[in-house]
Ligand binder design. Structure first.
Ligand SMILES: C[S@@+](CC[C@H](N)C(=O)[O-])C[C@H]1O[C@@H](n2cnc3c(N)ncnc32)[C@H](O)[C@@H]1O
Length: 258
């Protein structure tokens, strides 16, 4: 199975329960950081494309902050959940890949890729294709804003096997990849054990992501007709002015057309 098919399978499996299982992520607060970045570096325009919108949590958070939102995602099951999200009735959701988005998406003041969709682009070609596609979706003075996991985050979170006890549910995860290195693919096995009528039910999936170093992002952006205008750190959902690949969880990038 290709990496993108594995990602698709993982999100199709989990879509119906994604919001519940990912409840510890405060998407509204994360979106606040994206909005601040768009206000600081962008044109102030309100047309926003939520690329990798998942179940629409980020899309409705942007809408609540005054944006006119269109969203798309790789997974039809995630998009189906987004279309059913209360309050998302006026948001247009489509199915498509960052590497080959749905046609006709152009002229956006902000393209946002929230909660690491771009980590699922597992080689340079896919990263460049996705950045080039985002470039074409932007208005002349628009900004693309996206977050990526740091190497420190991959090591801390997936480098050692972990189990979370959530009452009637246990989640276990560990990196299958032997080493977590800069610009390398990180394969993480997730197993979810949930109490059933008799015994436990197990759901397994693999997430195939890639660490993109700052050098790689800048090179890929340049080759795609974009330039990095800011790279801030994120610790949880708190912003740090200068990104640190070891200590911070994520880097929040802002890029513009050259
Ligand atoms: C962690 S979820 C975040 C969803 C949403 N932005 C949010 O904040 O709730 C990552 C999403 O990225 C999507 N994704 C992964 N690879 C993708 C790709 N190549 N093209 C489009 N979407 C992708 C997944 O289907 C998933 O819905």
């Amino acid at each position: 199975m290709s990496h993108v098919d594995e990602t698709l399978a993982a999100y199709e499996t989990i879509a119906a329960r994604y919001d519940e299982l990912n409840g510890q992520m405060d998407t509204a607060k994360l979106v606040d950081r994206f909005v601040e970045a768009a206000d600081r570096y962008g044109s102030g325009g309100r047309r926003l494309l939520d690329a990798g919108c998942g179940t629409g949590r980020s899309s409705t958070a942007f809408r609540d902050r005054g944006y006119e939102v269109t969203g798309y995602d790789l997974s039809p099951a995630m998009v189906a959940m987004a279309r059913r999200r209360p309050g998302a009735e006026e948001i247009r959701f489509r199915v498509g890949r960052l590497q080959s988005p749905p046609p006709g998406l152009a002229g956006f003041d902000v393209v946002a890729c929230v909660d690491v969709p771009m980590t699922y682009l597992t080689d340079m070609e896919q990263l460049e294709r996705s950045l080039a596609a985002a470039r074409d979706q932007l208005a002349e003075d628009g900004v693309l804003v996206f977050d990526l996991n740091t190497i420190g985050y991959y090591r801390r979170t997936f480098g050692v096997p972990a189990v979370a006890d959530r009452g009637d549910r246990y989640a276990a995860w560990f990196a299958v990849s032997p080493r977590i290195e800069a610009d390398a693919v990180v394969v993480t096995q997730f197993d979810l054990f949930e109490r059933a009528v008799t015994g436990w039910e197990r759901t397994s999936m693999r997430h195939v992501q890639r660490h993109h170093s700052d050098r790689t992002v800048r090179r890929a952006a340049e080759r795609s007709g974009l330039r990095v205008v800011a790279a801030h750190g994120l610790v949880g959902t708190s912003l740090r002015e200068q990104a640190d690949e070891e200590d911070h969880d994520r880097v929040l990038y802002v890029v513009r057309r050259t």
